[in-house]
Design a protein around this ligand. Structure first.
Ligand code: GRF
Length: 201
C-alpha cells in the first residue's frame, strides 16, 4: 500500500477528495500524516476527523528555510512515506525536501500549465480572457510550477462566469484528477522521461 503525506496550508478540499477516494476504494493509498505550516488550517481538522495524524510546523520557529525543511523532511521520513502530495501548500518546496523525496513530490495547480504559474492562477486566467481554463497535476522540481505534467483537465469558461464560479468548476476537476494521478503513481504506471510523464498501461 502506497504511504502518502499530504501537505496543506488551507481548507483542504483536495485532501478531502483524496480521503474520500481512499475510503471508497478508488485509491489504493494510506495517508500516514497531514502536515501544515499553519496551525489553524482546516485541513488539519479534516485529518483528525478521519483519525489521520495531523502535524503543524510553523516556519517562524526556524531561522532558515533549510532548517524548516529539514524538520519537515524528518517528520515525513519518520512516517516512511513513499509520496509527498502538496494540496494547497502555500510554500515553495526547496531543495532540502526535494532531495529527501526525489521524484516523489506531486502538486496540483489550478491552471493549464505552463500558462499562469504562481499565485491566484484562476484569477490570472480569468482576467487574461482565456476560453479554456483548467488544472494540472505535476511532479515538483525546483522551479515554480515547472515540473513534468502528469494529468490535466480542461474547464471551458462560460459567458456568465465570474472568477468565483470558474474557480469552483476548476476545483471540481482538481478533486477528480488528483486522486487519479496518485492512483497511477500507486500502481507504478508513471515513468518520467525528461519533461514527459509516460502513463504505462
Ligand atoms: C487549489 O486550488 C489548488 O489547486 C491550489 O491550492 C488550492 C487548494 O485548495 N494549489 P484546497 O485547500 O485543497 O481546498
Amino acid at each position: 500500500m502506497l504511504k502518502i503525506a499530504v501537505l496543506a496550508s488551507g481548507s483542504g478540499t483536495n485532501l478531502q477528495s483524496i480521503i474520500d477516494n481512499i475510503e471508497s476504494g478508488n485509491l489504493d493509498a494510506k495517508i500516514e500524516v497531514v502536515l501544515s505550516d499553519k496551525s489553524e488550517a482546516f485541513a488539519l481538522e479534516r485529518a483528525r476527523k478521519h483519525h489521520i495524524d495531523a502535524v503543524s510546523i510553523g516556519r517562524k520557529s526556524f531561522g532558515s528555510k533549510e532548517d524548516y525543511e529539514q524538520e519537515v523532511a524528518a517528520v515525513l521520513k519518520s512516517y516512511h512515506v513513499d509520496l509527498v502530495v502538496l494540496a494547497g501548500y502555500m510554500r515553495i518546496v526547496g531543495k532540502t525536501i526535494l532531495a529527501a523525496f526525489s521524484g516523489r513530490v506531486m502538486n496540483i495547480h489550478p491552471a493549464l500549465l505552463p500558462a499562469f504559474p504562481g499565485l491566484n492562477a484562476q484569477d490570472q486566467a480569468f482576467q487574461y480572457g482565456v476560453k479554456v481554463a483548467g488544472c494540472t497535476v505535476h511532479f515538483v522540481d525546483e522551479g515554480m510550477d515547472t515540473g513534468p505534467i502528469i494529468l490535466q483537465a480542461a474547464v471551458p469558461v462560460q459567458s456568465g462566469d465570474t472568477v468565483d464560479t470558474l474557480r469552483q468548476r476548476i476545483l471540481e476537476q482538481e478533486h477528480r484528477i488528483y486522486p487519479q494521478a496518485i492512483q497511477l503513481f500507486a500502481k507504478g504506471r508513471l515513468k518520467v522521461e525528461g519533461r514527459k510523464v509516460i502513463v504505462r498501461n
